[in-house]
Design a protein around this ligand. Sequence first.
Ligand code: ADP
Ligand code: MG
Length: 239
Amino acid sequence: MEPSVSVRDLRISYGALDVIDNLQLDITPGEFLVLLGPSGCGKSTLLNAIAGLIDISDGEVWISGKNVTWDEPKDRGIGMVFQSYALYPQMSVEKNLSFGLRVARHSKKDIAERVSRAAEILQIEPLLKRRPSNLSGGQRQRVAIGRALVRDADVFLFDEPLSNLDAKLRVDLRVEIKRLHQRLRSTMIYVTHDQIEALTLADRIAVMHGGEIQQLDEPLTIYNRPCNMFVAGFIGSPA
Ligand code: ADP
Ligand code: MG
């Protein structure tokens, strides 16, 4: 089967520093892949390269069988959710959800349908007329996920979407995201430094360290058979 996302020979430098050097990654359609690793290991850099939000020094990114290396983010068929919610503060929740669709000149009817479907899936219908400033952190993050959802994304990218939430909400939304994946069956790439999140959400986990993927395997394999001392130490499994 053709990969949903394919990263080939990727190199990213900031000035003289190679943050990522010759990285390869193939993601299966419908897979929930978690990029797991400590702060500074290059998770966001890799995700942003897939999204087209940063310049790459070398290599290619393919999405759904198409070389998108030179395509703008909006043309890559992706939906992205960030750690900070990045909602438009002056717009209602409804306007936040529909903004991208209005820019892309979808019809009024189509916009209304997409917004109400996303609102239903994420259970934010009662919040549609409110401003982001009147929402809790968890509600804001639901809206941010909804905003990614209204587009026809083949691939969803999440960069530590739950890191700003308290422990209880983190668990609630984690279950929610898992359910969303089961319902949509889209490819999801999810960045976190939280081992529990990775182990509970992932079909496969890519453990990163120093800009390299140390091990790419199913959660149980990562946990039971870590390939090196770094992975064993980071995942907290018996080495
Ligand atoms: P993570 O998301 O895993 O915490 P990042 O991808 O944000 O890691 O960062 C990887 C490395 O690249 C770090 O050493 C970080 O300091 C460096 N880095 C990230 N963004 C920039 C930038 N805009 N300019 C220079 N260095 C950067
Ligand atoms: Mg990061």
